[in-house]
Design a protein around this ligand. Structure first.
Ligand code: DC
Length: 230
């Protein structure tokens, strides 16, 4: 049987993971957070002392890594590195920059491509990332490019960090968002860009509930799925 796939791409802090998680629950799809996979490679590069700006150093580490995804009873994705659950560790603010740097390396993208495609061959998936609609799943049934103004995204990231009890400075978070946008959109391999057949969803003025309704309507429409309850 063939499975359905929904690709959600966009810059960091656009609300992809929060929305994709809820949409997956609503639709009964598996949620795949591909950023978490890049974060796991970033964490591994850091712990092994590989310079993330040097492709050869990171590439040398890749074959030694056992990276797996697992799903807990809560249905949420957990990341494992060499058998250790690193789900929380990869969320540290510092790992964002490492992830963004290793994600620019063709060797890393190539290494992770099959893992992502295999998951989509085996499940109905809603997958979020930067190149899902353009590179990983070009045949996805629904493609959404989710974005919001940098200030709105930095504000969300800032609140998220504070809620997790991490120290944060808004101006610095905004600078980091802008810097990551630059790196993610300007890299040569699989840069962040809207696929030609993706629907643009701009959420700057929308709250989470409004964004959720917008995407759900759009997906149901594209998949030809009826609303179950009113
Ligand atoms: O979505 P996130 O912030 O957890 O992603 C971490 C980094 O990984 C981000 O800088 C972009 C990169 N990434 C990517 O290049 N391709 C993807 N499919 C997902 C994430």
């Amino acid at each position: 049987m063939s499975y359905r796939s929904i690709a959600i791409d966009g810059p960091s802090g656009a609300g992809k993971s929060t929305l994709a998680k809820r949409l997956a629950q609503e639709l009964g799809f598996l949620y795949v957070d591909t950023g978490a996979i890049y974060r796991t490679v970033g964490l591994a590069a850091r712990s092994r002392g590989a310079d993330p700006d040097r492709e050869a150093e990171v590439a040398a580490v890749l074959p030694q890594l056992a990276i797996t995804m697992g799903y807990g009873e809560d249905g949420l994705q957990h990341m494992f590195l060499d058998g250790q659950d690193v789900t929380a560790a990869i969320r540290e603010n510092e790992i964002s920059a490492w992830a963004s740097k290793v994600a620019a390396l063709p060797a890393v993208r190539e290494f992770l491509l099959e893992m992502q495609r295999r998951t989509a061959r085996e499940h109905d998936v809603i997958m979020d990332g930067r190149d899902i609609g353009t590179v990983v799943l070009p045949q996805a049934d629904v493609k959404i490019f989710l974005t919001a103004a940098p200030e709105a995204r930095a504000q969300r990231r800032f609140r998220e960090l504070l809620e997790r009890g991490q120290q944060a400075d808004f101006d610095q978070v905004l600078r980091e968002v802008v810097e990551r946008d630059r790196r993610d959109t300007q890299r040569e391999t699989a840069p962040l860009r809207q696929a030609e057949d993706a629907v643009l969803a701009e959420t700057t003025g929308l709250d989470l509930e409004e964004s959720f309704r917008l995407l759900l309507g759009l997906i149901r429409d594209r998949l030809g799925v009826e609303e179950e309850n009113t």
